[in-house]
Design a protein around this ligand. Sequence first.
Ligand SMILES: *Cc1c(COP(=O)(O)O)cnc(C)c1O
Length: 338
Amino acid sequence: MMTVDLRSDTVTKPTPAMLEAMWNAKIGDDVFGEDESINELEAKAAAMFGMEAGLFCPSGTMTNQIAIKSFTQPLDELIADQTAHVYRYEGGGIAFNSAVSTRLLNGERGILTTEMIEPEINAENIHYPNTSLVVLENTVNKGGGKCYTLEQIAPIAALCKQRGLKLHLDGARIFNALVHTGDNAADYGKYFDGISVCLSKGLGTPVGSVLLADAGTIKYARRLRKVLGGGMRQAGFLAAAGIYALDHHVERLKIDHSHAHILADELRKCPWVSNIVDVETNIVLFDTPEPADVIVNRLAEKGVKCNSTDANRVRFVTHLDVHAKQIEYTVKVLSGLL
Ligand SMILES: *Cc1c(COP(=O)(O)O)cnc(C)c1O
């Protein structure tokens, strides 16, 4: 029996060529600023997105939390969609790390607009927390890999600038968004104060995310990373995987997207599926009148691993370690499942 792991794009393992790049990494003590591979990765990622500087961190949670801490003061409030990873899946870190409250909005599949944001910016008043930050997510994880285009982002950035708010992007899957929209990565730097990019999702590295911002913010962020215990030493082995991924694993994301479409096309034929959320990138969300766990367990019996995200909702995520043959196999399993 074949096994197919559609639980998350975090389950990938380094390819032989990536391991080779890691093996050959030039390393040093990064807390002294002497790891050549980390310095190269930080500069490369910053240049790609039109930002001044970068900071390599162990996780996307850390890059997001450091960004929020850098862009707010205690007693402030940030605005995010109610499905936002920074709020739902970072362990309450906004309150814990930054002593900041969170205003949650009901975006369309997690996508916010200026019309939604503007009325939620608090007026200057001693009763209200001071709104100082907006956080967007691209692609939106809980929105089923839904993308913002830069055209949608530009007016939000203009509003933030006008009202003196910072704008941070949780770009855990930003490359999936770029491949789908055709937007230019370098233009992102014009709109965002901070960008978090994950290397360990679709890009397939074992560990790591990069925070991008202006040089002053990154200097302070480096202090925050140290205080959180994220100052790593010869971590250039990991950065080398990131450099390799930026060079070789971006364009191929369109394969993952086409695989997601193939799965959605098959689900459309399944009588036990009641709704499929439109696929844009590498995430497929679908609903079933059956309890989702029944479907998840049935699929697991056939070697197809996936997760439920709600009582009647199942999620598939395609990635670098799901090959065409495994998609073919999954399609067969789906067609004969119930
Ligand atoms: C995975 C993810 C992160 C970061 O997660 P880590 O596991 O901490 O690297 C951040 N935002 C979104 C939307 C994610 O999907």
